[in-house]
Design a protein around this ligand. Structure first.
Ligand code: MGD
Ligand code: MGD
Ligand code: MO
Length: 698
């Protein structure tokens, strides 16, 4: 731990402006107080309008995480059996030369047997996708299809609106109706909630659409607790009501949309009664929602939708997002800056990906792609003509797949392969690092340069290092630079330093001096992006009908696509389980920070009193949650946050910190979404039984 003695001498205290690196729509501007070379406090930057001087609980503990006594500060080499977590320290030189030799030997046979595995442990463009991407391009390694979070919804936005674009965050404050759809904003999009609350205080109505009665649902005027994966049916019934009552903007529909006649016909087959049956709610609730949404057409008041990725982690997630993203075009809500919808703003950022990642280093090779959401299956696949070589080496950074990827039973089996060579770049000995041959110690956001875009607002942020790297840690970029040198990759682009990479990320599109001076810069984007149409689709219209999808043999028109594992479809597993984020963790990050873990307590399964009574489960009972893929033990929490038939296993615990060395992903499946090849974490049926208390030996 840092020595935190108060230092009266003000000259030793500095404040450094940085950026929160986490996978969250908020991308906050951070102010780190550095006292004599030690970061003692991390706060929200009051000068950044969206951050407004406030951080979530977890990131306000960022210094505790960086100086954590269990932080990995030197390279480690495996000494015990795979997965046993036994390591010994090794020098950087020995580690890198052995890793390079092992990769080289595989690459000589077929570099596609090597797979990078990374996601958004840091969202930084430099530590996320610069030198590492160049390294794997030069090597000719397999490419990773990065689908684990937002692939279905992302593709749905592209096919419907033409890009990951939507309302500007700040204008939600002026809306008169806000539908918060598939999002627990208070837990996972706190800085949006601030604007929604402002709107609420000015008389706006807030409606939450979520199977779980979340903290956000508690604070909204209405809550529709539909069954998981039924949002498409709800959206179609809303359209049905908008059509029947003529709550439509005909001029907008004619000028700025494609496929209205066909969509209209489909929606007319979705009466509120039909949808109510599918969604497990009352038809009257659907009519009331349509009345609220449709009222804005006559009154001219702005209606806004904040979707989040929670609703697209099911089989029909892509189609559901296509339907919801279509709604503002029916009512013409896009005409106003406080109307329309937002799922992601990331498409607004002019990131110079080619310059950062240098795909030209592939030199004409076209390696295969492996979907990160099916890593369990793919690690167990033998070589074949269709698949190519078996995966022989895995380089993991910015991710904890053993905890976060679906169907952990298979993932663990794959990582445990004795013939798999695994290198993990990490801050901590995570569940994944336990299976590494080498763990390489990486810097945290307090110790390196980076530059960030956002998927919830439209500001670019710069992160300056606040302190020097702890112990022997190095930034991801530096680790891959040194590995490239060991492999004899001498292209000059491997020498680009991190500050140069930060400048390169946006080229001339963002003024770097502004970033250096204040830490953030706002993109110039239209206030109401689709007020006059101008959708960046092939037709220039909001595409209800997508020729691009039809050309792929898919339905060109969005529809309700039922879950792979629809509620009520089997008596063996009668409960639908969703596993949304816990408020004090960020995916599996922060689970090892004791002060935060203490708030979350232990892995819990929220269950409705009726479902608990049917199973004679008292509150706090230890239960076994199971299906054909596996079982997970945790404690049941009887709670009105759950509706009958749906249980919630809040995520994502480290397996080794859980009750029986598993987490909820022991139960989730590797089946994919309708669009984007995404995972279906919330499309998962289970049964729950009490576990007898452990027998005490006398
Ligand atoms: N505190 C915290 N913040 C986070 C994260 C975290 O782990 N912790 N994760 C971050 C990440 S990686 C992401 S991608 C973002 C967004 O991540 P999201 O997962 O979208 O996060 P939430 O906004 O919590 O939204 C999930 C909500 O969707 C609900 N939901 C589940 N299934 C359905 C469904 O079928 N239909 C509908 N309508 N709702 C459903 C859940 O009950 C939950 O309340 O949040 C980020 N922010
Ligand atoms: N059941 C269930 N599973 C889910 C989800 C769910 O809702 N339910 N959500 C899914 C979603 S939306 C997502 S986005 C994924 C998230 O999955 P991941 O992207 O794997 O996210 P984390 O679990 O936070 O793991 C990130 C790891 O990166 C490390 N890290 C952070 N910064 C750095 C760095 O600078 N360098 C290096 N080398 N390492 C770093 C952290 O220490 C951490 O262990 O999980 C998915 N899994
Ligand atoms: Mo995510």
């Amino acid at each position: 731990m840092p020595h935190c003695k108060p230092r009266p001498d003000a000259t030793t205290t500095q404040q450094i402006v940085g950026a929160c690196p986490h996978d969250c729509p908020d991308t906050c501007s951070l102010l780190t107080t550095v006292d004599n070379g030690v970061a003692v406090r991390v706060q929200g930057n009051p000068a950044h309008p969206h951050t407004d001087g406030a951080l979530c609980t977890k990131v306000s503990r960022y210094a505790e995480r960086s100086y954590h006594p269990e932080r990995i500060l030197q390279p480690l080499k495996r000494v015990g059996p795979k997965g046993s977590g036994q390591f010994e320290p090794v020098s950087w030189r020995a580690a890198l030369s052995d890793i390079a030799a092992r990769l080289q030997a595989i690459a000589t046979r077929d570099p596609q047997a090597i797979l990078p595995y990374s996601y958004a442990g840091t969202m930084g463009l430099v530590q996320g996708e610069s030198i590492a991407a160049r390294f794997f391009h030069k090597l000719g390694a397999s490419q990773l299809e990065r689908t684990i979070c937002a692939a279905a919804g992302g593709e749905a936005l592209v096919q419907t609106l033409g890009g990951k674009l939507g309302m500007r965050l700040e204008f939600f404050a002026e809306a008169k109706l806000i539908l918060i759809w598939g999002s627990n904003s208070i837990a996972s999009n706190l800085h949006f909630w601030r604007y929604a609350n402002q709107a609420k205080r000015q008389g706006a109505k807030l409606i939450c659409i979520d199977p779980r009665r979340s903290e956000t649902a508690d604070k909204c005027h209405e809550h529709l607790a539909l069954l998981p994966g039924t949002d498409g049916a709800l959206a179609l019934a809303l359209m049905h009501e908008l059509i029947r009552n003529d709550w439509l903007d005909h001029d907008y529909l004619t000028r700025h949309t494609l496929g209205w006649e066909q969509l209209r016909e489909r929606a007319l087959s979705w009466s509120p009664e039909r949808a109510a049956q599918v969604c497990g709610i009352e038809a009257a609730q659907i009519r009331a929602l349509a009345r609220d949404y449709g009222a804005c057409v006559a009154s001219g008041e702005p209606s806004a939708i904040r979707m989040n990725y929670g609703l697209q982690r099911v089989h029909g997630g892509g189609n559901a997002v296509r339907l919801i993203a279509s709604l503002p075009a029916l009512t013409g809500a896009w005409r106003q800056r406080a109307g329309g919808m937002l799922l992601s703003s990331s498409g607004a950022f002019p990131v110079q990906r080619h310059a950062l990642q240098r795909p030209d280093l592939l030199a004409g090779r076209t390696p295969r792609s492996i979907n990160m959401s099916t890593i369990g299956n793919d690690l167990l696949r033998p070589a074949s003509a269709e698949f190519g070589p078996a995966i022989e080496a895995l380089m993991v950074y910015n991710s904890n797949p053993v905890a976060v990827a679906p169907e952990s039973g298979k993932v663990v089996q794959g990582f445990a392969r004795e013939d798999l060579f695994t290198v993990v770049l990490e801050h901590f000995q995570t569940d994944t690092a336990d299976y590494a041959d080498y763990i390489l110690p990486a810097t945290t956001q307090l110790e390196h340069w980076d530059v960030h875009s956002s998927y919830g607002h439209t500001d670019v942020l710069l992160n300056r290092p606040a302190v020097t790297p702890l112990g022997q840690t190095k930034p991801n970029t530096q680790i891959f630079r040194e590995l490239a040198a060991q492999m004899g990759f001498d292209d000059p682009c491997f020498a680009d330093d991190d500050e140069a990479l930060c400048r390169m990320a946006y080229g001339d599109a963002v003024d770097f001096d502004t970033l250096l001076a204040q830490g953030f810069a706002t993109l110039v984007t239209p206030e109401a992006p689709f007020a006059q149409g101008g959708f960046p689709t092939p037709s220039g219209r909001c595409e209800f009908f997508s020729q691009r999808l039809a050309d792929r043999g898919l339905d060109g028109l969005p529809d309700y696509v039922p879950n792979h594992e629809a509620a009520g479809s089997t008596s063996l597993y009668p409960l639908a389980m969703i596993s949304p984020p816990a408020r004090n963790f960020l995916n599996s990050s922060f689970v090892n920070v004791k002060s935060l873990r203490d708030i979350e307590g232990e892995p819990l399964l929220e269950m409705h009193p009726q479902d608990a009574a049917a199973r004679q489960l008292p509150d706090g009972a230890t239960v076994r949650v199971f299906n054909a893929r596996g079982e997970h033990h945790c404690r049941v929490h009887i709670s009105h946050r759950a509706r009958p038939g749906v249980v919630h296993g809040l995520g994502i615990w480290w397996r080794k910190l859980g009750m029986d060395g598993t987490n909820v992903n022991q139960l989730t499946s590797q089946r994919l979404t309708d669009l984007g090849h995404g995972p279906t974490f919330y499309d998962c049926l289970v049964e729950v039984q009490g576990v007898a208390a452990p027998h005490h030996a006398e």
